[in-house]
Ligand binder design. Structure first.
Ligand SMILES: [Zn+2]
Length: 141
C-alpha cells in the first residue's frame, strides 16, 4: 500500500469511528454504502486504465492480486469489475480513444482481440495493433 492509500485508509477509519451516534448497525450500513462507492471508483479507474491501453495483468497488479493455485490475477480482476449485461457473459465497457466507440471488453480469457473487444469501429488502429500483438505472441490458434 502506498502512502496516499495508507493515509486515505487512516482517514476513513477515523471517519467511521466517528459514526457512533447510530451504533454498530449505523456503522455497518455506512460501511456497506462505502463498499459500493469504492467498487464504483475501482470500475471508473479500471475503465480509464483500459482506455489508456493498460492490460488486465497491469490492472490486477495494481489491485494487489497475486497468482494462486486456481486463479489467474488478470481473470480475477476482470471478474471483480465486469458486469453481466444480460447476455450471460461478463463484460466491461470502456470508450476507445482511437475510434471513439464504446468497446465491450470480454476479458483476458476471451481470446482473439476481435472476440475479446467488441464494438471498435471498422479500421480502428488500436484493435489492429491488438490483433497484430496477439497473432505475433503465439497465442493465435
Ligand atoms: Zn477502437
Amino acid at each position: 500500500m502506498n502512502d496516499q492509500a495508507a493515509d486515505a485508509r487512516y482517514q476513513l477509519g477515523r471517519a467511521v469511528s466517528g459514526m457512533t451516534g447510530g451504533g454498530p448497525l449505523a456503522v455497518l450500513g455506512a460501511l456497506t454504502s462505502l463498499r459500493g462507492a469504492a467498487l464504483q471508483m475501482e470500475r471508473d479507474a479500471a475503465r480509464l486504465a483500459r482506455q489508456n491501453r493498460r492490460s488486465w495483468d497491469e490492472i490486477a497488479q495494481a489491485m494487489g492480486l497475486a497468482p494462486g493455485p486456481a486463479r489467474h490475477p488478470a481473470a480475477e480482476a476482470f471478474s471483480r469489475l465486469a458486469s453481466d449485461l444480460g447476455d450471460d457473459r461478463l463484460s466491461f465497457g470502456w470508450p476507445c480513444r482511437e475510434c471513439g466507440k464504446v468497446v465491450l471488453d470480454y476479458g483476458p480469457g476471451a481470446g482473439h482481440p476481435a472476440d475479446a473487444e467488441r464494438g471498435h469501429a471498422e479500421g480502428c488502429t488500436r484493435l489492429a495493433a491488438a490483433v497484430r500483438a496477439y497473432e505475433g505472441s503465439g497465442d493465435a490458434s
